[in-house]
Design a protein around this ligand. Sequence first.
Ligand code: ATP
Ligand code: MG
Length: 300
Amino acid sequence: MSPPRERLRIALQKSGRLADASRDLLARCGLKFRESRDKLFCFGESLAVDLLLVRDDDIPGLIAEGVCDLGIVGRNVLREQAFAIADGVDAAPYRELRALGFGRCRLALALPQGQGYAGPEGLAGLRIATSYPNLLADWLRRQRVDARVVVLSGSVEIAPRLGSADLICDLVASGATLAANQLREAAALLECEAVLAGPRALPADARGDLTELLLRRLDGVLQVRDSKLVLLHAPRAALAEIERILPQGQQPTVMPIEGSEDKVALQALCYGSVTWQHLEEMKRAGASQMLVMPVERMLI
Ligand code: ATP
Ligand code: MG
């Protein structure tokens, strides 16, 4: 275990798919940093919270060892390493504190185009190439299928063409890489996104308080990010129907419009996204002058 610390330390990916969004999220939580010359360590100026910038694969281990208190990492990496560090996800010394909504992808089985997929049973005896051997083996075990796991650290998608595997188990986002390698997705094993990982129990010192403060700010930021303010005019008689169409949110505010007996103005804070379909439906219900606006900050 590492020596006692007063300041909270968060591990982030140094460069790669999650790096910018992770920094951006912490900035929105009001954290400001001074970067060191080697850019591996960033000193927190606004709060006693510092950053360690590393390869994403190192993040679960850094939390498990207590070198870092928190980390932002893909669910795939966090869970895969839970098998190496402990006896799987439930036994790991860390847990997922929040799902962060970026870096979305899934761990999926993909096989050469033109080959049929007859469900997990059809995988018996086949060779599956992957960089996630523990997650794949765990899934195969739960499906009660005996297949061979071929571990590759990268370029998994070319294994079937090279003849070193029959199919693959890899991360898929858009599916473009699969298509470029004449593969097609057969089954999803795990839905993934960036998560905030931390210890099972918060430290009983200043770092625990800082973690709680950060989680509160993070919840506000995550809620604001998906929230929209909707303004519109509508006949009073259409209000009930419009409120039914609006995505879930706060109780709308209804205000009179000067000089208009029948029409009112409505202001509603919605938590989900407000789509063109929502607007078109509300227009059919009688709404006009509809505006959908982003929310900068929120304190309810
Ligand atoms: P590092 O150099 O830090 O080890 P890496 O190359 O292992 O980085 P990235 O490619 O930057 O990792 O991906 C980081 C995470 O982004 C993945 O673990 C996954 O959770 C997520 N991700 C989102 N979309 C994709 C995708 N299409 N392919 C791979 N990972 C994706
Ligand atoms: Mg990595």
